[in-house]
Design a protein around this ligand. Structure first.
Ligand code: GAF
Length: 391
């Protein structure tokens, strides 16, 4: 049963009638382009085959009533709240995600209330964007109930919706994240990676059929989530913004690779590695995309490993669990591996020949066992469909 079918059937169980519709959105991995989105740079994510589905019906009283069904099948009901009363800080916990989206949409003139039932299979806390999948599915559901089909004539575009979801996260939930995850969840298409230029908004669907090339992307959910994650994200972001100000550029995207030495010389020592990471990472995305456009998926492998080294040494957002996974995967024959997402836990990815899958898996598990780390979860992921209406 898909998440969408489960959401519909749970809605019927809880509300005694069918929902008006069901919308769903996927989690993502980012192939390359980490901590570049809030520097106006480049990213290259693809959608996972895991989704959050929202079964929804419009309410005439303007109230938002959301229920989530967890793995234990027990419904968790958020306190119903009039959409008109929503304000940053007024809702906390998981319920802040749907409420924040309703708040952001209210600012765009979509003020309707709804009953929502949320069901999903995106691993939570794994750095695979389960919360963005939830927010994007809620956004499409609330818009769908208002009769909106994104990207149709006269309707908001997916890119605009991604920005509204970002606003809900930045200003309502209070997380200063960029545009990577929302855009990936809303705009990815099956069998492709999404090359996004965050500054211009330009998107290119780049074919990514690893299986046809005898390769696969193995995701290692480290099951680690370090408490530093949130505060360090804000610190890095502020560091980048300070560096851009000192360099007199709108964003670090504007520092060219061949101007790096000059830029570094003009900065205090603590900001130099941040700038080196962002500038070199943007270059790695461009090189990776060039390899994919030329039909060489294997050609992105070395860039993945270089990206990880830069995130570990310069940006300093890796951790033991991620480094162990990356080193073990590469040691067992992966063509490249890196952390994916914000860092300090979460997931790593490894690009490996299909014939090496078992070796990579065994090597990662053995390396974790050797260090007495909690065993990670490993799975192979192929680029899947982006968000949309299911039923
Ligand atoms: C998190 C954020 F939500 C993204 O916006 C992005 O900055 C990413 O970390 C790092 O690339 O997933």
């Amino acid at each position: 049963m898909t998440s969408a079918d489960r959401a519909a059937s749970q809605f019927r169980r809880l509300h005694g009638r069918a929902p008006d519709g069901v919308w769903s959105a996927p989690g993502r991995v980012n192939l390359i382009g980490e901590h570049t989105d809030y520097n106006d740079g480049y990213v290259l994510p693809f959608a996972l085959p895991f989704r959050v589905a929202v079964a929804a019906s419009a309410r005439a009283d303007g109230v938002l009533a959301a229920t989530t069904i967890g793995d234990d099948a027990i419904p968790q009901r958020a306190a119903p709240v009039p959409v008109a009363d929503l304000a940053p800080g007024s809702v906390t916990g998981w319920a802040a995600f749907p409420a924040g989206v309703a708040w952001a949409l209210r600012g765009q003139g979509f003020t309707g209330g709804a009953d929502l039932v949320v069901v999903g299979d995106v691993p939570a806390g794994a750095g695979l964007s389960s919360s963005h999948a939830l927010q994007c599915a809620v956004a499409l559901a609330l818009l769908g109930l208002a009769g909106v089909t994104p990207d149709e004539d006269g309707s908001p575009t997916l890119a605009e919706i991604a920005r509204w979801v970002q606003r809900s996260e930045n200003d309502f939930v209070g997380a200063p994240t960029g545009l990577l995850d929302q855009t990936a969840s809303l705009c990815c298409v099956e069998s492709h990676a999404l090359f996004l230029d965050v500054r211009s908004g330009a998107r290119e669907q780049v074919p990514f059929d690893a299986a046809a090339a005898g390769l696969e992307v193995i995701v290692v959910d480290t099951r680690a989530r370090h408490s530093l994650a949130t505060s360090a994200y804000g610190d890095r972001r502020r560091g980048c913004e300070r560096a851009a100000r000192l360099l007199g550029v709108p964003a670090l995207r504007d520092v060219p690779l061949d101007g790096l030495a000059e830029a570094s010389a003009a900065l205090p020592e603590d900001l130099r590695p941040l700038v080196r990471h962002v500038v070199s990472e943007n270059d790695r995305v461009l090189r990776g995309v060039a390899a994919l456009r030329a039909g060489s998926i294997a050609g992105i492998g070395a860039h993945l490993s270089a990206s990880h080294a830069s995130l570990r040494e310069d940006y300093r957002v890796s951790c033991l669990e991620l480094d162990v996974a990356v080193d073990a995967a590469v040691g067992a024959g992966a063509l490249g591996a890196r952390m994916t997402g914000g860092g300090f836990g979460g997931s790593a990815i490894a690009l490996a020949p299909t014939g090496r899958r078992d070796d990579v898996r065994a090597a990662v598990l053995a390396a974790y066992a050797e260090r007495s780390l909690t065993a990670p979860r490993l799975f192979t992921a192929a680029p899947s469909a982006g968000a949309g209406r299911d039923l």
